[in-house]
Design a protein around this ligand. Sequence first.
Ligand code: C2E
Ligand code: MG
Ligand code: MG
Ligand code: MG
Length: 290
Amino acid sequence: GVKANGRNSIAFFEPQMQIVVSQRLQLETELRQALVEQQFCLHYQPQIDARGQRVIGAEALLRWQHPDKGLIGPGTFMHVLEESGMILQAGHWVLLQACHFIARLLGECKLAPDSFSLSVNISPRQFRQSDFVAQVDAAVRESGIPANCLKLEITESMVIQNIKDTVSKMHELRAMGIRFAIDDFGTGYSSLSYLKRLPVDLLKIDQSFIHDCAQEGNDAEIVRAIIAMARSLKLELIAEGVETAEQLAFLQQQDCHAYQGYLFSPAVAEEPFLQFILPAQSNIDAHESR
Ligand code: C2E
Ligand code: MG
Ligand code: MG
Ligand code: MG
């Protein structure tokens, strides 16, 4: 066996290492190709209002249509995009694509700009680019959307890495009408005093706390504390990863504002997303035309 002999284990690890390195290189090469050949697409996960009825927004999530392996989620490749710097190009594409989808929702589906927003995840490296504000501004202008339909999701750790620069960029973007969400809230290190300094509109409670929140215990207490804190700081809230009716009932009891999770829908491609929101919309149209 491999463990039995020290000498053998050295011979074992070298080829293993080589496999890891070459797999990584291959993934990087394939991702470069994916950017050139436009194999990326966005899927959209609906966000549902407090009563669990109306779609108030969506989150854009990156997917890779791999030529052999099919549809791949960001868990397997986001770190490579990030480390290689390809996230700058990919992130720019995501931003443009998301803004054009907003334009489509407002135009074709006649969604009211005050009642719908699309969230886009922004990676730390992307946010730190010196022309990031100009990039967002150009995407908004080019697509002709009202800026308040676009939300940027950032994480606590990203803010803390460089609070001064981050906050000043956030203020610039906010002056344009862009709104901000703190993603995976509760998993980072932000204190109340940090939060008060940040021009943030919304907290997304991390799904790790939602998972067991319906069983009374630590996670239920953490969720209660986050909701109480958001209320006192006058921040909106979305619970992420809501999968069961029990979790939803607990959250509704705590007066959480909105939900995102498999209970309602996973992230889906553009067309199914339109199908998801259109039934509700056509009722409104029918009502208005009377
Ligand atoms: P995130 O921003 O926290 O996104 C939520 C993740 O939870 C998504 O995974 C979503 O599919 C998943 N999810 C939603 N509802 C449920 C549920 O009920 N149960 C469970 N178990 N999971 C649920 P996904 O799409 O694999 O994305 C993973 C992460 O990759 C995202 O986490 C985000 O950090 C990153 N990411 C995705 N798209 C982009 C992008 O365009 N740019 C950047 N920079 N990061 C992205
Ligand atoms: Mg997110
Ligand atoms: Mg999250
Ligand atoms: Mg995340």
